[in-house]
Design a protein around this ligand. Structure first.
Ligand SMILES: [Zn+2]
Length: 175
């Protein structure tokens, strides 16, 4: 088990557009395993490779805690291909620890990706239909691999106020 260091807002890697993952080599498999360990260690619902310093289009999701499965899911190159409806719920991010705010997202989405099974290294094209928290978690992680943080989706004024408050309360994360 390897828990990796989670990058915090201000780290430039969080703003990079992720590279497409072409080949599933040992490095990618190890990265995915370590990301799963890191996600569980931080009690997260999901984690994107950017958050451990790697700008690649790779995300992991904690399906058990999201309430839609038993296992963890590893996806490469996920793309949102359909979205519908609207939902406003509280959201947070392991890269801005302790900042939670209500954010509007689509309620239902469909995502095309490739799922990687770590047990046998198989990859398979999938089209995921997700609603509610599952959709939110996918959208949040897909934002990360495009260099977007959830607070970017708030209006300017609200984002500035929340970040200023967060920085005051968490001087340990300031550079
Ligand atoms: Zn996040």
């Amino acid at each position: 088990m390897s828990v990796l260091h989670i990058r915090i807002i201000g780290d430039p890697v969080l703003r990079e557009k992720g590279e497409v993952v072409e080949e599933i080599d040992d490095n990618i498999l190890q990265l995915a395993k370590d990301m799963i360990d890191t996600m569980h260690n931080a009690n997260g619902l999901g984690l994107a490779a950017h958050q451990v310093g790697v700008a690649k289009r790779l995300i992991v999701l904690n399906l058990k805690d999201i309430g839609v499965g038993k296992k963890d899911m590893v996806l490469i190159n996920p793309e949102v291909v359909y979205s519908e409806g609207s939902d406003i719920s509280e959201e947070g991010c392991l890269s801005i620890p302790g900042l939670y705010t209500k954010l509007e997202r689509p309620y239902y989405i469909e995502v095309e990706a490739e799922e990687i099974k770590l047990s046998n290294k198989k990859r398979k094209k999938v089209r995921i239909k997700a609603e509610d928290l599952y959709a939110r978690a996918l959208l949040h992680e897909i934002d990360h691999i495009n260099g977007i943080l959830f607070i970017d989706r708030l209006d300017d004024m609200k984002r500035r106020i929340l970040l200023a408050k967060w920085r005051r309360e968490h001087p340990e994360y300031s550079k």
